[in-house]
Design a binder for this molecule. Structure first.
Ligand SMILES: NC(=O)c1ccc[n+]([C@@H]2O[C@H](COP(=O)([O-])OP(=O)(O)OC[C@H]3O[C@@H](n4cnc5c(N)ncnc54)[C@H](O)[C@@H]3O)[C@@H](O)[C@H]2O)c1
Length: 330
């Protein structure tokens, strides 16, 4: 039986590398849908805790984890040998920045190294970590090809960005449309079929690069708009106007406007970092993205106001209170 049939019948064995804020909820969702899922992580303590049913993310309750552990649908593991038995492998490892603010792709490389070491013909491999355009085809594909993988024939490779917003009660894994871009049309079809088992809306795109860029565009968009809101709060302060009142008034426009509110620096562990993945890649292509440069320095300027809202001008403070973001965001 091939991987397509195994997915359709929900008997495909799934391995999800990285059991963090992204990987764990995804693993639980596939386990709930009937798949047998192994959550592979190199953090021994995290795996031990998960094995005891201790969830550390608000999106997975320990009470949800325990029955899946008991019936064997979900198993946390540090053993990468399970990759060999897996039909589908999803990579959800961190993509931080180096001190130089260049992408630190070492976690993705380490995970991809394990995937290629344990490659077995017929597998579907999907990268979810937020990364620069080209990662899937420039880094992962050659590693699989070096092990005898022929993409679209005996290995299927795709990028599908994660958009989870931890602790968001309204939009959980299955409610958030999934963008999927495979290296070949068959790779896209299989990845879309896979996510379609747990997610209502899957949006196929023509390549991994489109999917990689879609995620970066979403987060650059947020970064720039929050930076604008931060600068706008400074302007309102000088004009002695309440920022939130202005933004709320503007937000009554039913089209062409989306409200963003100021805060003490741009929060979350993705939004302030991800734009650097794009600007790094563009610089290699001889282009300096000016909007990203401006938004990242505007963020720094607003942070200079102080991390405590009490240090903020009155108008900015009231806007911040009203719009305090969740602690983590995609
Ligand atoms: N957290 C979010 O809100 C969010 C939303 C969308 C996208 N993302 C992106 O998803 C990716 C993962 O983010 P996260 O928040 O889940 O990270 P996280 O730090 O919460 O979890 C990552 C997990 O990967 C494990 N890990 C690291 N290297 C490994 C390796 N080589 N093999 C096995 N396990 C390994 C770590 O031990 C950790 O448990 C990042 O690229 C991030 O930018 C995050």
């Amino acid at each position: 039986m091939n991987v397509s049939e195994r997915i359709e019948q929900r008997i495909a064995r799934v391995a999800i590398i990285g059991q963090g804020y992204v990987g764990l909820p995804l693993a639980v969702e596939f386990a709930r849908a009937g798949f047998t899922v192994v959550g592979v992580d190199n953090d021994v303590d995290r795996v031990a805790g998960l094995g005891l049913g201790q969830s550390y993310t608000p999106d997975v309750k320990s009470a949800d984890l325990l029955p899946l552990l008991a019936n064997g649908r979900y198993t946390p593991s540090t053993n990468f040998a399970v990759l060999e038995e897996s039909d589908v492998i999803v990579i959800c490892v961190p993509t931080p920045l180096r001190k130089s603010k260049d992408p630190d792709i070492s976690y993705v490389m380490a995970a991809a190294e394990e995937v290629s070491t344990h490659f077995r013909p017929g597998q579907l491999v999907i990268l979810e970590s937020t990364t620069y355009p080209g990662t899937t085809e420039e880094l992962l594909l050659p590693m699989l090809e070096a092990r005898g993988g022929r993409v679209g024939e005996n290995v299927f490779l795709a990028f599908s960005p994660e958009r989870i917003d931890p602790a968001n009660g309204k939009f959980q894994v299955r409610d958030i449309p999934k963008v999927v871009g495979g290296v070949t049309a068959e790779c896209t079809r299989l990845a879309a079929l896979f996510y379609g088992q747990i997610i209502d809306r899957v949006q196929p795109v023509s390549s991994p690069k489109v999917a990689e860029l879609a995620k970066l565009y979403e987060n650059v968009f947020r970064n720039i708009n929050i930076a604008l809101a931060n600068e706008f709060a400074l302007m309102c302060s000088r004009l002695d106007v309440n920022t939130k009142e202005v933004i709320d008034a503007a937000a009554t426009k039913p089209f062409g406007f989306m409200p963003f509110y100021p805060g003490p620096g741009i929060g979350g562990h993705c939004i302030p970092l991800d734009p650097f993945y794009l600007s790094w890649k563009m610089r290699l292509n001889g282009y300096e993205p000016r909007f990203i440069q401006r938004s990242t320095s505007a963020a720094a300027a607003s942070t200079a106001l102080g991390s405590s809202p009490s240090a903020w001008p009155t108008s900015a403070r009231s806007a911040t209170r009203a719009s305090r973001p969740r602690s983590r965001s995609s």
